[in-house]
Ligand binder design. Structure first.
Ligand code: PHE
Length: 339
């Protein structure tokens, strides 16, 4: 039996094949269940005990050698397949997946474009701010709750350095650097120390706007915001201004739009009132103008501020603000057509 194995060993060392199929045939001949080598293991049972060790070793060597040379043959064919495939210029190219813009970027751009058409420029400012630009210059009294650690992320105290809680800080920076007429909007990220839920997040985005000139009136404010609401939510949109309070505007108001879902009939988006709140606004308080060295006897102006998430949620009927920050592609992919 040992001789037979030796012959086979020589045989498998010299195996050749012209094609992948031939190599496969060789595998079947020598190594498959009913092939030559496995059948040697059957014969092995009848080998006398004193020869078992030597025969066993020889069969194993034969099996390994056969496996190795057949694998080598096969590999050779796989490689030549690859090279011929790579040079086949008629094969279709592999597709690159197309990404989509984030819904907040889409909505921010829409807002910026709408105001751009009526002459508003865009300005940005730092996210890390001092107390003066976020609170003091905006007329927040020292004991105002927004100045509480509970609402504001402080980086340093005395002097107070903090993450801005609204982009009104950029209004101050703009007025400090420029005399009227000023007509600008301020998109940016803001931070508030709030528990994260479906309706609130500690990071969100705002666009604020400012218009300062001689004889700017509340009627100008209303008309500008009506134009914005119709451009953003459709021509049939109506607005309503309700009295409100902000330290930096007087008078102040909150603006509602007629519900985008039911058009004012009443549904669970508008809690059956027909109206949804979208922004805060008002006439810039003369004290704020003075803080920025703008003469309040000569100039008046209006300001407004809105959350981009809120506008996007209404526009696309998104019911959980956390979706904007999770970066789940199944959510983001749905905005492909918009970008
Ligand atoms: N800064 C206000 C806020 O963050 C919004 C606002 C801006 C209100 C301008 C009135 C005028 O809530």
């Amino acid at each position: 039996m040992l001789d037979k194995i030796k012959d086979l060993l020589e045989e498998v060392k010299g195996l050749t094949a012209e094609t992948a199929e031939e190599a496969e045939q060789l595998r079947i001949k020598y190594l498959s269940k009913k092939g030559i080598i496995p059948s040697l293991f059957n014969e092995f049972k009848s080998v006398p005990n004193d020869q078992k060790k030597a025969v066993g070793q020889a069969i194993n060597e034969l099996k390994n050698t056969a496996q190795e040379s057949i694998n080598n043959l096969k590999e050779q064919f796989e490689q030549s397949n690859l090279t011929s495939g790579a040079s086949d210029l008629t094969l279709p190219g592999s597709q690159m997946p197309i990404g989509s813009r984030h819904p907040l970027s889409i909505v921010r751009k829409q807002i910026v474009d709408i105001f751009d058409r009526i002459g508003f420029t865009v300005a940005e400012g730092p996210e890390i701010e001092d107390d003066w630009h976020v609170f003091e210059a905006l007329n927040f009294p020292p004991e105002h709750p927004a100045r509480d650690m509970q609402d504001t992320f402080f980086i340093n105290q005395d002097p107070d350095i903090l993450l801005r809680t609204h982009t009104s800080s950029v209004q101050i920076r703009t007025m400090e650097n420029q005399q009227p007429p000023i007509r600008a909007i301020f998109p940016g990220r803001v931070f508030r120390n709030e528990a994260i839920s479906a309706r609130a997040h500690c990071i969100f985005h705002q666009v604020e706007g400012l218009y300062i000139d001689e004889d700017v009136s509340f009627a100008d404010l209303r008309q500008t915001l009506l134009y914005f609401a119709k451009e953003m939510f459709g021509k049939e949109t109506r607005i309503r201004l309700r009295p409100s309070y902000f330290p930096f505007t007087e008078p102040s108001a909150e603006m509602d739009i007629s519900c985008t879902l039911c058009g004012g009939e009443g549904c669970n988006i508008c809690k059956y009132t027909g109206w949804v709140e979208i922004l805060g606004c008002g006439m810039v308080d003369p004290a704020v103008l003075s803080n920025c060295n703008i003469d309040p006897e000569k100039y008046t102006g209006f300001a407004f501020g809105m959350g981009i998430e809120r506008i996007a949620m209404l526009k696309y009927q998104i019911n959980d603000i956390r979706l904007f920050f999770e970066n789940d592609v199944r959510f983001l992919e749905q905005f492909k057509a918009e970008s």
